[in-house]
Design a protein around this ligand. Structure first.
Ligand SMILES: [Zn+2]
Length: 359
């Protein structure tokens, strides 16, 4: 029986490794003409060609035979202007890999069904309040947003692109919502990004793009993380030391709290401007004062623990899914934790129960 080669896999791997077709040809020794025909699905590449391509891309040969991979039709990126086309392509392609991990997760574990409502057309402040009500959060601060999203059926992955130009993005693959977060940014900014992307998932299902859409997602994020009633009830006299002491309650950046104070009329424009100047002068806009710990995934932490008890590790998981270990590691936040040493591969037997702790 011959195995079928999937051109879509080749395109995903090429995008992930940020190579042009010409660069791939040069690295692999496969002619541009042959590559073009392979990409177009006109020829079944020879095993030698596939091996050369796999080596050039540092992807396992099995990846190209392991099924069709779909790129998200659209992904809402922020800061698209300054982002290179190559970075955007690599970011979008990571969603295809995330989808494969997600499918595996659903086969092996009991994970929550998605419960992200469609709030298209709702004013962002109101949408944030509605979502808080639906999710039973009231006006309480949100402890760990990544874990809350996971409990609501959103797959949260980390963007492996080590760039500040690609903020974060959200997309739907079928009925499953995905959020990809940038691990290079501060924990507070990454958390705000997560709330911003949640805003897109609720408000912008029709893949709109542009400044208005971004403003709406930002307003949603501020209202979701900094609920009006709680912020007003806990307001402090707006000096930097007071605000720094107070911001940890909501897990936001100092600048986000100042912005929210201004939006809620707790600060006038002059005072806000002065605070921004002071923040800039003290370097607080670049280095967050009193930083919070980075949020990590509940799901993947438990998955890894479950793998370890079976004497498997990320490499074993990657191998079984025909994905490169470096890609899997960066997608599931594991690179922030201890990397596990090589252990033997064992088959997973049965489905395990996965507890997802919500808020
Ligand atoms: Zn956005």
């Amino acid at each position: 029986m011959t195995r079928a080669f999937f051109p879509s896999s080749l395109e995903i791997a090429r995008l992930r490794r940020k190579l042009t077709s010409a660069e791939l040809s040069k690295r692999s020794g496969v002619s541009t003409r042959e590559l073009r025909r392979i990409f177009a699905g006109e020829v079944e590449p020879s095993p030698e060609s596939v091996e050369a391509i796999a080596r050039a891309l540092d992807y396992p040969v099995g990846f190209f035979y392991s099924g069709d991979l779909a790129m998200p039709a659209a992904a809402t990126f922020r800061a698209l202007g300054s982002m290179t086309k190559m970075e955007a392509g690599a970011g979008k392609a990571s969603a295809a890999l995330g989808a494969r991990l997600s499918d595996w997760l659903e086969r092996e574990f009991d994970v929550p069904e998605p419960s992200v409502p469609d709030l298209t057309g709702t004013e962002p402040e109101q949408a944030a309040q509605m979502l808080r009500e639906m999710w039973g959060l009231g006006e309480r601060p949100i402890g760990n947003l990544v874990r809350l999203l996971e409990a609501k059926g959103v797959r949260v992955f980390s963007l492996s692109e080590e760039t500040l130009r690609l903020d974060a993005f959200a997309t739907w693959l079928g009925a499953r919502p995905f959020v990809f977060l940038n691990g290079v940014k501060s924990a507070e900014r990454s958390r705000f990004d997560a709330a911003h992307e949640l805003g897109h998932l609720c408000l912008h299902r029709d893949d709109q793009q542009g400044k208005q859409v971004e403003d709406e997602a930002n307003r949603f994020a501020a209202a979701f993380l900094l609920p009006q009633g709680d912020v007003i009830a806990r307001r402090v006299f707006p000096t930097l030391p007071n605000l720094i002491a107070s911001k940890s309650r909501w897990g936001v950046a100092l600048s986000a709290l100042v912005h929210r104070y201004q939006d809620l009329g707790l600060l006038n424009a002059d005072r806000a401007k002065w605070l921004y100047i002071e923040m800039s002068r003290k370097g607080y806009l670049k280095n967050e004062p009193r930083p919070m710990a980075r949020e990590t995934s509940a799901i993947w932490t438990q998955v890894l623990q479950s793998l370890w008890t079976e004497r498997r590790n990320v490499r074993a998981l990657s191998d079984s899914l025909a994905l490169p270990a470096d890609e899997v590691e960066s997608l599931i936040f594991v690179s922030w934790d201890a990397r596990q040493s090589e252990t033997s591969i064992q088959r997973i037997s049965g489905r395990a129960n996965l507890k997802v702790i919500g808020e």
